[in-house]
Design a protein around this ligand. Structure first.
Ligand SMILES: [Zn+2]
Length: 275
């Protein structure tokens, strides 16, 4: 039984250059969001097909950007399943991932906060006293490693792919765009990006035994940093968390985030805010 988990984000997709504004209902903005969702869906579909063509029996996609409900799932390969809904209403990171999975695949990843000339860089974890700094992508790889799962593929801009390939020896990488500023990039055309993602995911799954899980040994002190509008200066979003494993420290940081209500008892009739 070969199981593959695909963690997705939007900012690292070919053609994505700036955030959508969820509060702006004008036609141009709505149309832009739809286009970005379409581009994301196509890249994810390329990865799903690659996983099945490489022998996967089960593929789970996690729609993890922003609201958690971006992928046009009715257009995905019907052999996969998708985790989506409203992020913040439950555990949204790597939900259902466990040691039964053979590989983690990252599609649409973006650079960590404070990375110069990266497309919409945000989220930054400091490990211990700054021995390592991690993006959402490398953090996903580290959490998966605590389950013994190797991260075999990443696609995104040149900044996140170079960060992650420096940390994970042998990972398959597809650079879908070269970032030129936080909001400008030299991008592959989506059809080409999908072709390369398909090939890269096939290679990554085939070579999974040669790619070690990205294990961060415990105990670990983790500090979550971010900033207003993703610009400097960066501040601590919660106090540093020291735990036996990076997974425990990660979830303690997540629990401290203001938008997370996983451990809250909600009143009857509460409606989750659209984020
Ligand atoms: Zn995102």
């Amino acid at each position: 039984m070969l199981k593959v988990y695909i963690q997705t984000d939007l900012e690292g997709v070919a053609g994505f250059c700036f955030f959508e504004n969820r509060k702006n209902p004008n036609f141009e903005n709505v149309q832009h969001r739809q286009r970005m969702y379409r581009l994301l869906t196509n890249e994810v579909n390329a990865a799903v097909k690659a996983a099945f063509d490489s022998g996967a029996d089960e593929v789970i996609v996690n729609d993890n950007h922003g609201s958690g409900y971006n992928i046009i799932f009715e257009d995905l390969d019907p052999r996969c399943r998708i985790i989506h809904g409203r992020n913040g209403s439950g555990p949204c990171w790597l939900n259902l991932l466990d040691s039964s999975f053979a590989a983690l695949v990252l599609v649409g990843a973006h650079a960590m906060g404070a990375t110069p000339c990266a497309i919409t860089p945000h989220s930054l974890w400091k490990v211990n006293d700054g021995d390592i700094y991690m993006s959402e992508a490398s953090m996903a790889a580290a959490v998966a490693a605590d389950c013994g799962v190797p991260t075999v593929f990443i696609s995104g801009d040149d900044k996140v792919t170079s960060e992650v390939s420096a940390k994970i020896a042998g990972i398959e990488v597809v650079e879908v765009k070269q970032s030129l500023s936080p909001y400008m990039a030299c991008s592959l055309i989506p059809a080409r990006a999908c072709e390369l993602i398909y090939q890269g995911v096939c290679r990554g799954i085939q070579r999974r035994a040669q790619i070690a899980p990205y294990k961060i040994p415990g105990p670990v002190t983790l500090t979550l940093l971010d900033s207003e509008d993703h610009c400097l200066p960066f501040t601590e979003l919660c106090p540093p968390q020291t735990c036996d494993s990076i997974t425990e420290a990660f979830y303690k940081c997540e629990d401290a985030m203001p938008w997370d209500c996983r451990n809250t008892t909600l009143p009857d009739g509460y409606v989750f805010p659209l984020i």
